[in-house]
Design a binder for this molecule. Structure first.
Ligand code: 3JN
Length: 342
């Protein structure tokens, strides 16, 4: 009989938490028992797992007794405090926050890209940032074929990347703007709770996470540092501009790469059609390309608009879209857990 595992979800009531539950069910992960953990606020709420109600418990130091695998998605602060406690209790932690991603002792894993890195884990495995995951799934096979020297990426990130409250903000603002027929101007004097840096309805915001000394945001620097670590190549140059757009689910990215060897768009399409975790949607004669509303709820990193960058010797442009709550978070973490138990 297949071995089964006691699984804990930290942040069970969040948007990624719900995806964890759904994907464990969908993929028939060998779960012996599930422990749903969240803050005191959610204590006692009931969530369904495999048709059975399970109570949400308050996260505490004793939460990890007998747990084999703990999936964390409750922010870096919670991970820093509780992941080491979980490991001490004998669990292996797959952490969705930035807390340990750049720790040289912690593997940062995208199963399609660097599955071998997982072997070096000492109890914690980090799940990369959503924007990084969907990009490297597509770029790794191109890197293997032609060596990527430089990446220039602009993101179009959905509200759910920041969580439920950001989606609520977008929803409330949208209703208010429509009510006032104020689609082309700022909403004023409303009482809508704002968690994003500004109004997101009928707007785009060139800020994700906070600014740091070099005038970039943390999200932009995560894309640089994490890409190098996952691809195992510190020579790749990366520059990112991360933008919030009024989309609920799925991040999109306009990606420009410069390669050492020449790759035609046709070569790239052939390589990507065979790449694990990638789906090519690139039929311009029928005006087909990946869209956030189509990627939502799916597993792949979708790529299209593949074309030559004619401004340089060896360059390509790509458009990459993926469900940020799934491949960008819960699905990637569960694929890591699947590697662990294999
Ligand atoms: O906003 C997005 O689309 C992605 C946000 C990710 C995020 C938000 C707050 C804290 C992270 C992350 O995964 O890097 C963190 C964090 O863990 O630092």
């Amino acid at each position: 009989m297949r071995k089964k595992y006691n699984v804990a979800i930290v942040g069970a009531t969040g948007m990624v938490g719900s995806e964890f539950i759904k994907i464990l069910e969908e993929r028939d992960f060998p779960v012996k028992s599930i422990r749903l953990l969240a803050s005191e606020r959610s204590k006692g709420r009931m969530l369904k797992f495999r048709g059975k109600n399970s109570p949400v418990q308050e996260l505490g130091e004793g939460s990890f007794k007998d747990i084999d695998i703990a999936l964390f998605s409750a922010g870096a602060g919670i991970s820093k405090r509780f992941a080491p406690i979980a490991v001490k209790s004998g669990a292996i932690v797959v952490d969705n926050s930035s807390a340990f991603r750049m720790d040289p002792k912690v593997p940062l894993v995208v199963p399609e890209v660097n599955p071998e890195a997982i072997k070096k884990h000492k109890g914690i495995i980090a799940n990369p940032n959503c924007s990084t995951i969907q990009m490297v799934v597509v770029l790794k096979p191109l890197h293997d074929a032609a060596r990527i020297k430089r990446i220039v990426v602009s993101t179009y990130q959905s509200a759910s990347g920041w969580g439920k409250e950001a989606v609520d903000q977008m929803w409330q603002e949208t209703k208010e703007a429509v009510r006032l027929r104020a689609l082309g101007s700022r909403l004023r004097g409303n009482k809508i709770k704002r968690v994003l840096p500004d109004q997101i309805a009928f707007n785009v915001i060139p800020q994700i996470d906070v600014f740091i000394d070099n005038r970039y945001t943390k999200e932009e620097m995560k894309m640089l540092n994490e890409t190098r670590k996952i691809m195992g190549d510190d020579s790749i140059r990366v520059t990112a501009t991360c933008v919030r757009v009024p989309v609920a689910v799925s991040h999109a990215e306009a990606v420009n790469i410069e390669t050492e060897k020449k790759l035609s768009p046709e070569d790239a399409i052939e390589i990507l059609k065979r790449a694990p975790g990638v789906e090519v949607i690139d039929d311009i004669s029928r005006e087909k390309y990946p869209l956030p509303i189509d990627a939502a709820g799916k597993d792949a990193s979708f790529v299209g608009r593949i074309r030559q960058d004619e401004s340089v010797e060896n360059g390509l442009n790509l458009w990459i879209v993926s469900d940020n709550l799934r491949k960008g978070a819960a699905l990637n973490a569960i694929q890591i857990a699947e590697l662990l138990i294999k």
